[in-house]
Design a protein around this ligand. Structure first.
Ligand code: SF4
Length: 326
């Protein structure tokens, strides 16, 4: 695996040049849904993995090869937890000194109770923090943290960072059926995230083969309910990350099905709103909705007396089959 890869298209970050600053798989968590499999080096010790100047050189070389105009963010998104790298702050600083680029870090946030981790992440322009659960039982079941990690300290560290951070802070919550998706759990999680005041709160589900075959996405109805609960606390800052890429929120009359699938990958849409939008474009609304649902890519879900069009969760069937040994 190259230390620097891409740029890869990312809905959240545009064209993202990835930095893999942690060898597989050193992490503070062993999440049941991790697409990298179980963590074989469960650790909370920050240390050197690679020479910091080697990482910086690799980023500079790759950027000059692909062209700076093709990079929106340099993103630390390794095969493990990026803040385990004791030189992360130095690497971000040096990259920004040498290149006019923005730097992003996707972290699980478990070490933010450490002063040095918070100050390292201050160097980044965009930080995504994982908030899967805020109650002890769900946290331990979904993220399977290193035994020395204490949930109150982890949450306290994330809160402290959110208050001092000057860049763009977003959160990511991965929902797993029957583990962290109950209404009461989602209420608590949304309340905590609201306190962080993030620019966006993303809700995701496992769509790639997870570490544990039983870590399957909740039903579309539960995802819709999670979205509504989050929306009560965060308004239009909540987004789903469940499809490939989100659309640009306009319906292209020549490609209505593709446009709508893009939109509902980000926000479930009320059927009556959709019908109006389609009619405004001169399309036959019922025919288009029928085509979308027949495609198997979306389903109509009734929730609190209203019908919503929701993206079918791509991994659900496959993952359930795996669970059943099919
Ligand atoms: S924090 Fe990320 S890398 Fe670590 S186990 Fe969880 S999903 Fe995998």
């Amino acid at each position: 695996m190259d230390i620097v890869f891409g740029p890869v298209p990312s809905r959240r970050l545009g064209r993202s040049l990835g930095v893999n600053n942690i060898p597989p798989k050193h992490c503070t968590y062993s999440c049941i849904y991790c697409q990298l499999g179980r963590t074989d080096h469960l650790t909370v010790s920050r240390r050197k993995f690679y020479d910091w100047d080697f990482i910086v050189r690799e980023v500079v070389n790759k950027a000059s090869k692909v062209g700076l105009s093709n990079i929106d963010y340099v993103t630390f998104v390794p095969d493990g937890e990026p803040t385990l790298d004791a030189f992360l702050g130095k690497e971000i600083r040096e990259i920004k000194k040498r290149l006019p680029v923005r730097v992003a870090v996707i972290t699980n946030g478990s070490l933010l109770w450490m002063d040095d981790v918070r100050s390292d992440l201050q160097e980044a322009d965009w930080v995504s923090v994982k908030v899967d659960a805020v109650t002890e039982d769900a946290y331990r079941r979904v993220d399977r943290p290193h035994p020395s990690l204490r949930l109150p300290a982890v949450l306290g560290g994330i809160e402290e960072f959110s208050r001092a951070y000057h860049g763009i802070l977003v959160t990511e919550t991965m929902l797993v059926a029957g583990v962290n998706d109950s209404v009461s759990e989602l209420e608590e999680t949304a309340k905590f995230i609201e306190e962080l005041n993030p620019a966006k709160a993303y809700i995701a589900v496992p769509i790639r083969p997870p570490a544990e075959a039983w870590a399957v996405p909740p039903s579309e109805k539960v995802v819709l309910s999670a979205y509504q609960i989050f929306e009560e606390h965060l308004g239009d800052r909540v987004e789903l990350l469940i499809g490939a890429e989100g659309g640009d929120f306009v319906i292209d009359p020549d490609k209505p099905v593709e446009s709508i699938l893009g939109i509902i990958s980000v926000h479930p849409i009320r059927k009556n709103v959709l019908i109006r939008l389609l009619a405004d474009k001169g399309l036959d609304p019922e025919e288009v909705v029928d085509r979308i649902t027949r495609s198997g890519e979306a389903v109509l879900v009734e929730f609190e007396g209203e019908e919503f069009l929701v993206r079918r969760l791509p991994g659900r069937k496959d993952l359930s089959n795996r669970r059943n040994g099919l």
